[in-house]
Design a binder for this molecule. Structure first.
Ligand code: IDP
Ligand code: MG
Length: 140
């Protein structure tokens, strides 16, 4: 497998509880490297666009409201097979289904407030990175 980049968000439930460092440690221990990072407070328009793929889902507006309820940390992660590896370290969407030791099993509060986002494929990774970062902000 080749070295890849993927996009990650530490969500408001985690920034609120001051556990961004614990989450980054999990990612680093899993073999991923943070090559870009910034703490931002998303606007409603940004969160709505970012999650546009879920527009028809019943939880869409709640999800947007949650994502703008506090600051988030957006980051680019790099490593071997980074897209799948990040998803593995994150665990399943619903923390009740997440494997032991994953970020969501250890830290998520609910299926919505589940502490982290991670891109689900090569195309979405590229799009999501571009949504938040310029090339100059990514420093491997
Ligand atoms: P993922 O984050 O594991 O890729 P997605 O299905 O892409 O999961 O959903 C995006 C986000 O929407 C989830 O991380 C979670 O915050 C929220 N979400 C997903 N399913 C539900 C649900 O059934 N109820 C409330 N929020 C949900
Ligand atoms: Mg997803």
């Amino acid at each position: 497998m080749a070295v890849q980049r993927t996009f990650s968000i530490i969500k408001p439930d985690a920034t609120k509880r001051n556990i961004t460092g614990k989450i980054v440690s999990k990612l680093e221990e899993g073999g991923l490297r943070v090559v870009a990072s910034k703490r931002i407070h998303m606007t409603e328009a940004q969160a709505g666009d970012f999650y546009a793929v879920h527009k028809e889902r019943p939880f869409y507006q709640d999800l947007v409201n949650f994502m703008i309820s506090g600051p988030v940390v957006v980051q680019v992660l790099e490593g071997e097979d980074a897209i799948a590896k990040n998803r593995e370290i994150m665990g399943a969407t619903n923390p009740a289904d997440a494997a032991a030791g994953t970020i969501r099993a250890e830290f998520a509060e609910s299926i919505e407030a589940n502490s982290v986002h991670g891109s689900d494929g090569e195309d979405t990774a590229a799009e999501e990175i571009k949504f938040f970062f310029t090339d100059a902000e990514i420093v491997g």
